[in-house]
Design a protein around this ligand. Sequence first.
Ligand code: AMP
Ligand code: GLY
Length: 419
Amino acid sequence: MKILIVGSGGREHAIAWKVSQSKLADKIYCAPGNAGIAEYAECVDIKSTELEKLAYFAEKEQIDLTIIGMDAPLVAGIVDIFEKKGLRVFGPRKNAAIIEGSKAFSKDLMKKYHIPTAGYETFDNPDKAISYLKNSDYPMVLKADGLALGKGVLICQDFEEAKAGVKAIMEDKQFGGAGDRLVIEEFMTGREVSVLAFCDGTNIKTMTSAQDYKRAKDGDKGLNTGGMGTFSPSPYYTEEIHEYCMNHIYKPTMDAMKMEGRDFVGILFFGLMLTEKGPKVLEYNARFGDPETQVVLPRMKNDIVEVFEACIEGRLEDIQLEFEDNAAVCVVLASEGYPEYYEKGYIIHGLENFKNKEGYYVFHAGTQKGLDGIVTNGGRVLGITATGTNLKEARKHAYEAAGCIDFKNKYMRNDIAKL
Ligand code: AMP
Ligand code: GLY
């Protein structure tokens, strides 16, 4: 099969690597890809937002299967465009990707179908939001309704902060059109867990659990980022919690989407908070997580292309997902300054040490081929994943490897998977 992957981050590198292991994959393309993905795939110079161009490419090259890694093209309806041309594509249609594209939609869905989540109100008018916030208890959570690169969530400690937040999101449009509507949510406390699941419109099969570290600095300090590291599995996600989530969150969400005429085919990502009152949904994503994918896929035993095919053909029931009985840790190497201003263009040293080294995976995020080698080209540069028999061992391996790779202004958190 000829397979096209759409995206350019560490997540897409992990997907490309996993697809390259499939007996069904003969040729892999990635648009636009990066310097690491280029090892497994032919990178094509089309941006993930150029939907018509991507469809044209898939048609011209007779691509058998396209996998969409990123949220923006899904929410914009790339799957519908491909399907109209009779092209096979893995991901939710626009009317289902809205579960990530609009937080107001997903909150209303959860309310209607009694899926546990934080209490909330939605506002189109900033004055009404502010008068609601005047009489609220704090902390309170403000969320821009639309896609905001994972940054559209503000946790406000008092009314003054909340008022400034409403202004930033709804009036100054800090996150653009994503802030036309605002969701104000009750603050929850507990452990966070990410659970990714394959869906075929009717059936849902979850993958192993993971935990993400979203803040830039050790001890969960600093700004929110796209993710500074992950580990899998989460020891807090017990079999009992899994059963509860399957019956009260995962299956009910699939059924709810079906009832609404929005059958979900693709990856459904559940961001959960394990609260004192049980697990609750923080957010849904309509795609693989980044950097969760970098710890989940190295532990997956199945041929991933077979699973994608089963989802598209509505026969996920026949598939038994299997994961190694080990652990994986991913440490992100970023450019100093990320998620704000950072420099790029610095040579990366030490990559050759991990070529085909069993149990180690160097997933590229922001890299590029330079004249003298691979250079940094983004805030998050690499995700170093290592496996081990348990989390402690995986963590040791991941940090050893992270120490062997160097570039100017390298920055990482030192407490990933330190439980
Ligand atoms: P989201 O993009 O909705 O997952 O939010 C990003 C991060 O903000 C989450 O991973 C949580 O750490 C935090 N967060 C979001 N909603 C809440 C909430 N209701 N209570 C506490 N923290 C939250
Ligand atoms: N790691 C969180 C996300 O992919 O949105």
